[in-house]
Write a protein that binds this ligand. Structure first.
Ligand code: NDP
Length: 334
């Protein structure tokens, strides 16, 4: 089909930090890509918890702000120096700066990869940010000595977008992933997707349950994106020399901690990674995306799209995510 030439696009904007009612759909001009940039027309956009932090001001950004970090679509034009993409390519990305909640945009090409023919656009839009995160967490954020089949890890919010992908990927790696989730139904979902055990952390003491499940030993790694509500107790789930990975703040930021706590709890390691360090270069992005594509094409990881919203209903999508009403991945459709 002929390649479109988009000149304006509906874009979701925030004029000032605040609640979901701050989200506005506005029509903005879309120009030509400069050096190192592309223009892409989106067919589906991914919803991520980071969009909530940026909208609310937890992660302060200059306003007004175009929101959204993940999407799939068709490349319309490429700027000088872009050689890995051409007009007409189906592509997807997880990328800064935000601006993915839109019909189309001009953006840096670095983090944009071509989508394999057998991966559809909605899957591409749903999996890039969350799937690349699961990839770097399970394969690139490891305890001393690494992880081997049979090792136990704890993964909070296991029925969420990153969570259900991580459950399946951990199973494929032979890991024993103990998941937590906020309802019994979500616990069932985590188990269906490969968690070895699931703990309803609103009802049960997850530290006691983890100790019980691991015969008192604790886990090698805890992946904690819930933050304020769980982090200190997460440390109590670790073996000596275990690794505490805080990678999100769904319940609020982890308050500053005394490093002495890591000594007291068994010479622990603590890290606070972000995907954007991992995908800072095109080579790394492509290698991680190839790994994600392979595990999806093998059928070992299915991208669980459980909610779809029209782009214009973005505020409802944010409200659902913040109210813990969603499971798996959510896409916005332009
Ligand atoms: P999710 O679909 O996992 O949604 C967040 C989940 O967190 C909720 O569904 C809920 O599950 C749980 N939760 C616990 N406490 C709260 C609370 N007080 N308010 C809201 N939710 C709560 O989101 P994503 O898959 O988009 O992201 C998962 C996490 O990973 C997020 O914290 C995100 O910021 C982080 N992340 C970090 C990245 C990084 O590189 N650092 C990259 C990608 C994501 P339940 O009801 O089961 O508790």
């Amino acid at each position: 089909p002929p390649i479109a030439h988009t000149t304006t696009a509906r874009t979701v904007r925030v004029e000032q930090p605040g609640g979901a009612d701050q989200l506005r759909v506005v029509e903005l001009p879309v120009g030509e890509p400069g050096p190192g940039q592309i223009r892409i027309r989106h067919t589906a956009c991914g919803l991520n918890y980071i969009d909530v932090y940026q909208r609310s001001g937890l992660y302060p950004l200059p306003m007004p702000l175009s929101l959204g970090m993940e999407a799939a679509g068709v490349v319309e034009a490429v700027g000088e120096g872009v050689t890995h993409l051409k007009p007409g390519d189906r592509a997807a990305y997880a990328s800064q700066p935000p601006g993915a909640y839109a019909d189309a945009r001009v953006m840096p090409a670095t983090a944009v990869v071509r989508l394999p023919d057998d991966i559809d656009d909605e899957t591409g839009a749903a999996m890039m940010l969350k799937g690349l995160t699961a990839q770097y967490l399970l394969k690139g954020t490891l305890p001393a000595g690494g992880l081997a089949a049979g090792d136990a890890v704890l993964f909070h919010a296991a029925a969420g977008g990153v969570g259900l992908i991580a459950c399946q990927w951990a199973r494929a790696l032979g890991l024993q992933l103990i998941g937590t989730a906020g309802t019994d139904e979500k616990c069932r979902l985590a188990l269906e997707h490969g968690a070895s055990h699931a703990i309803n952390y609103r009802r049960e003491d997850f530290v006691a349950r983890v100790k019980d499940i691991t015969g008192g030993r604790g886990v090698k790694v805890v992946y904690d994106s819930v933050g304020a509500d769980t982090y200190l107790r997460s440390l109590d789930c670790l073996q000596p020399f275990g690794l505490a990975v805080n990678f999100g703040n769904a319940s609020g930021k982890v308050p500053p901690i005394d490093l002495g706590l890591l000594a007291a709890k068994g010479s622990l390691y603590a890290t606070r990674p972000t995907l954007f360090t991992h995908i800072a270069t095109r080579e790394r992005t492509q290698a991680m995306a190839d790994d994600l594509f392979a595990v999806v094409r093998s059928g070992q990881v299915r991208i669980p799209i459980a909610q779809r919203f029209a782009l214009t209903e973005v505020a409802d999508a944010h409200r659902a995510l913040e109210a813990r009403e969603t499971t798996g991945c959510t896409v916005l459709l332009p």
